[in-house]
Design a protein around this ligand. Structure first.
Ligand code: ZN
Ligand code: FE
Length: 270
């Protein structure tokens, strides 16, 4: 790292990834200048409290992508110890779906953290109120975009999720993807069934195997990488369409939403 990368580091967020539960990631996002700290998707409290104690951080706020227990169940204990505002979607606020939620966010709303700030994108599909938090060089994508995959459609439908993923795909290629789960290995195994000849995918599979064997996280990835092998961002790719069609009748294979829908259904059965 030269002086310029140090400078960039100083001006941006410092992220600490916390493996929690079976395969979830919570995050601490810390403003490098002010040390203001955001806790993201605390699905449990013990590991988060331990990390806060260890680094001597006090949460300034909590950011929640969606209401599922594996993203919110740590909130009660955390808020009891460190009271601070809890930000989630306006949709989830109105339905009281996130414990202790104080603020409801909509598309393009911002949340300040020290000298940095997060911008909200609404990404319904996995749940109807799912949101992602973006900043200058990254995104907390929750259970919308995973490395090599995407969230299941629990509340929304395929066209909703496809549009949500397209919004993320429109961010800069350099965007770092910080998602809610370590599912990369099995996601790539599915991707391989559709694009066995994708050399970027095959390289990624072997990199991920090496990392997981050493219990190293595969997150973050970049949007650029994801576009090169994530089947849920590749509904326009002929080899993928061809593979999906062999398993699933698609009315119009030129309609990426229909290709996406079929791909998601195949993944559900994988
Ligand atoms: Zn979820
Ligand atoms: Fe989850």
């Amino acid at each position: 790292m030269g002086p310029y990368s140090d400078l960039i580091f100083q001006m941006s967020l410092h992220l600490i990834q916390l493996p929690i539960l079976t395969d979830n990631y919570a995050y601490l996002a810390v403003c490098s200048q002010t040390k203001a700290c955001a806790v993201v998707d605390p699905g449990e409290s013990d590991s988060v409290l331990e990390a806060l104690d260890h680094h001597k951080f006090t949460p300034s706020l909590y950011l929640i992508t969606h209401h599922h227990g594996d993203h919110v169940d740590g909130l009660s204990s955390l808020v009891a110890r460190y009271p601070a505002p809890v930000y989630g979607s306006q949709f989830d606020l109105e339905r009281h779906q996130i414990p202790h939620q104080t603020f409801g966010l909509r598309e393009n709303d911002t949340v300040a953290l020290g000298i940095s700030s997060f911008s909200v994108i609404e990404t319904p599909g996995h749940t109807l109120g799912h949101i992602c938090f973006t900043w200058s060089d990254g995104i907390f994508s929750g259970d919308t975009l995973f490395a090599g995959g995407c969230g299941r459609l629990f509340e929304g439908d395929a066209s909703m999720m496809y549009m949500s993923l397209q919004k993320i795909a429109a961010l800069s290629d350099h965007t770092l993807i910080y998602c809610g789960h370590e599912y990369t290995d099995s996601n790539l195994a599915f991707a391989h069934t559709l694009e066995p000849n994708n050399s970027t995918l095959n390289q990624k599979i072997s990199d991920v195997k090496t990392k997981r064997a050493k219990n190293i996280s595969t997150i973050p990835t970049t949007l650029k990488e994801e576009k090169s092998y994530n089947p849920f961002l590749r509904a326009h790719v002929p080899e993928l369409i061809h593979s999906v069609q062999k398993l699933f009748e698609i009315k119009n294979p030129k309609d990426p939403t229909l290709v996406f829908e079929a791909t998601r259904l195949l993944k559900d059965q994988f």
